[in-house]
Design a protein around this ligand. Structure first.
Ligand code: UDX
Ligand code: ADP
Length: 464
């Protein structure tokens, strides 16, 4: 039996940060050190002002406050943390490749490989290496190869332990997960490593919710879960367009089908399109893997989920242009929300970025208010697309701090994120400030359309 006393986690991002905070919170006798190359990020994790943590997640501040400097540490000293730990989690980013073979599809594993090489170079004692980041199936094999060939006789066990937390509910998802999945080698040493990780989670998760499998099943299950979830969103979004043509209402359709216990009610909210760091990346990755085995029908099947999602974003922007008398040139369009979903400051792949890009191509002036996203982030998201110069973006996009101030003289408001506060605004006050007719495009179906129509708005939502 192996009892882990020291854990190192490489990568202090949206996955590594909250996951390690919860492990430290639940296992006070285990020392957990989260390391990152990004000094600013580590500094923010260590900030005395707990509201300055680099990521926003409800409930995270309290957990970090309790465990930090007791058994939870954030550091840039990667080597020291690797050296001290018996178990090393890899939680670095695995973006879609932007160059070379597999460009735009395959996951870029350069950060993972760098981690593996660093572990190999530093390790003087046996280590259990845990893949936390979402990875293509069979990545563990590559990691093992690097570790076994460049190491110094040290023994490594590779486990796959994909993270299923969703942003905005990360702490809750970590505290009471539907399941914990651990994949490892079937031989005796593999089983010892699996057991060591099971023992960590068993501090707060029921044993019957901790599944153990072989490594490949674990890696593939993560991609499959994300593909199925994204597919539900694209399925309901496909129906939303049909609803708009036929007079059906997508909220009613979702409710009616969701009551069928075989279908279930979750993940059936029609929207302006899914975003986030996982869904698109993982499906593209799945498509790439299927193609690489010559499984073209499998690849095409999953690719359609992305095609539908791109269509939904583009269709939302096009509908704004069409409704505003076929031109938004010089018009002020207010975006309420920029994050890819509520309760997070994460904007990766947010639909807002692509809708804004389309409207900027139509020469709109865009004004953005998001309760958690900074001006710098919004502009850098747009600049990253490279559609126009940074100067042009900063001239056409203004970011506001006040949700009423922003609506002054606006031609239209578009809801891009489902932040709860938007529902409680004084919509009469907003209406009074806007140009008439005053349009609202509700990309999240969160507002009371009847009430808005009564005030005088022209209210358009998704799917009815
Ligand atoms: C997802 C998975 O849920 C999680 O298990 C995995 O670990 C990482 O990827 P996340 O991307 O954080 O989590 O958020 P999620 O709640 O899944 O939402 C993804 C996107 O789909 C968001 O843009 C959200 O607004 C959208 N969505 C979700 C809908 O448009 N409709 C829905 O019904 C549900
Ligand atoms: P995720 O959503 O998967 O957590 P993030 O991008 O938020 O992704 O976090 C990944 C983190 O991993 C980043 O802060 C990045 O600086 C860090 N990182 C990447 N490569 C390394 C490395 N070789 N050593 C240490 N940290 C790394």
């Amino acid at each position: 039996m192996l009892k882990v006393k020291n854990i190192c986690c490489i990568g202090a991002g949206y996955v590594g940060g909250p996951t390690m905070a919860v492990i430290a919170h639940k296992c006070p006798d285990v020392k957990v050190t989260v390391v990152d190359l990004n000094e600013a990020r580590i500094k923010a994790w260590n900030d005395k002002d707990i509201t300055k943590l680099p990521i926003y997640e409800p409930g995270l501040e309290n957990i970090v406050k309790e465990a930090r400097d007791r058994n939870l540490f954030f550091s840039t000293d990667v080597e020291k943390a690797i050296d001290e730990a018996e178990m090393i989690f890899i939680s670095v980013n695995t973006p879609t490749k932007t160059y070379g073979l597999g460009k735009g599809m395959a996951a870029d594993l350069k950060y993972i490989e760098l981690c593996a090489r660093q572990i190999a170079a530093v390790a003087k004692t046996d280590k259990i290496v845990v893949e936390k980041s979402t990875l293509p199936v069979r990545t563990a094999e590559a990691i093992k190869n690097i570790l076994d060939n460049t190491g110094n006789g040290v023994k490594f066990q590779i486990l796959s332990n994909p993270e299923f937390l969703a942003e905005g509910t990360a702490v809750q998802d970590l505290l009471s997960p539907d399941r914990v999945l651990i994949g490892g080698d079937l031989d005796e040493e593999g089983q010892v490593a699996i057991q060591a990780l099971v023992d960590i989670y068993a501090n707060w998760v029921d044993r019957d919710k901790i599944l153990t499998t072989n490594v490949w099943s674990s890696e593939l299950s993560k991609l499959t879960a994300n593909a199925f979830l994204a597919q539900r969103v694209s399925s309901i979004n496909a129906m939303s367009e049909l609803c708009e043509k036929t007079g059906a209402n997508v909220n009613e359709v979702a409710k009616a089908i969701g009551m069928d216990s075989r279908i279930g009610s979750k993940f059936l909210k029609a929207s302006v399109g899914f975003g986030g760091s996982c869904f698109q990346k993982d499906i593209l990755n799945l498509v790439y893997i299927a193609k690489s085995y010559g499984l073209n029908e499998v690849a095409d099947y999953w690719e359609q989920v992305i095609i539908m999602n791109d269509h939904q974003k583009r269709r939302f922007a096009a509908n704004i242009v069409k409704t505003l008398y076929n031109t938004v040139s010089g018009k002020k369009i207010v975006f309420l929300g920029w994050a890819f979903k509520k309760d997070t400051n994460d904007t990766r792949e947010s639909a807002a970025i692509y809708v804004a890009d389309d409207l900027l191509n139509e020469q709109a002036n865009i004004a953005v208010y998001d309760p958690k996203v900074s001006q710098q982030k919004i502009l850098s998201d747009l600049n990253y697309l490279g559609t126009r110069s940074e100067t042009e973006n900063s001239e056409s996009v203004k970011v506001y701090e006040d949700p009423y101030e922003i609506c002054k003289d606006a031609h239209a408001i578009a809801i891009l994120t489902e932040w709860d506060e938007f529902k409680d605004y004084d919509w009469q006050r907003i209406y009074d400030k806007m140009k008439k007719p005053a349009f609202v495009f509700d990309g999240r179906n969160i507002l009371d359309g009847e009430k808005l129509n009564k005030i005088g708005f022209v209210y358009k939502n998704i799917g009815s």
